[in-house]
Write a protein of this length. Structure first.
Length: 204
């Protein structure tokens, strides 16, 4: 443990406190709720994905991570929306008024299967339509793989990074969709990927 702490201190010293060198801590989520997102248009399924709300509780402080991962039939990229709400256990239990997202919005977000080293990373990050959130594209194949992993309850790790952070908090969770939620999402993913394949340029 002393050696790990020493290496973290060295990392900060070498980086001069800048964001170029970020140590990471991994925490286990207190809870995670997944909800399928399914959209339709006149052609059939148009959007498929998962909306996740993940709680990390540290003492009296609560971080509520809120992100969505989707694929759309009219786009050949994945779509990510991510932000975070900070509150206290007392305020959360009182539930008097809905808290707002942390601002300014995060500077980055990544997500990966816990057993894999390669993460889904964002491309062309822009401010989200909701204050405190970002929107971005991501690799389509990797997005699909992450969606399947989340739906099946595989262990997932993610990090929502903010400019003021000195530690990159990696949150770990594993929550599967119920059968009632899983089957419609799989039908949607099949429909959207079929459309994407039909519209893909010919390789001839």
């Amino acid at each position: 443990m002393k050696k790990i702490i020493y290496l973290m201190i060295c990392a900060f010293s070498l980086g001069g406190g800048s964001q170029s060198v970020l140590a990471q801590i991994v925490v286990q989520a207190a809870s995670a709720k997944l909800q399928p997102q399914i959209g339709r248009d006149d052609k059939g399924y148009s959007t498929c994905g998962i909306h996740a709300v993940v709680l990390n509780i540290q003492g009296q402080s609560v971080d509520v991570y809120d992100f969505s991962i989707n694929i759309r039939a009219n786009m050949h990229v994945g779509l990510i929306k991510a932000g975070k709400i900070q509150t206290s256990t007392k305020k959360m239990l009182e539930n008097k008024s809905p808290p707002t997202a942390v601002q300014p919005a995060p500077t980055n977000f990544w997500i990966a299967k816990e057993a894999e080293g390669s993460a889904l990373r964002l491309q062309k990050i822009i401010p989200g339509d909701t204050p405190g959130y970002i929107l971005a594209g991501a690799d389509l194949v990797k997005t699909y793989d992450i969606l399947l992993g989340m739906a099946n309850g595989e262990r997932i790790q993610f990090a929502t990074r903010y400019k003021s952070q000195r530690l990159d908090t990696v949150v770990s969770f594993g929550t599967a969709l119920s059968d009632v939620e899983f089957q419609p999402l799989m039908a949607c993913l099949t429909g959207v990927t079929d459309q994407l394949q039909e519209e893909a340029p010919s390789q001839d």
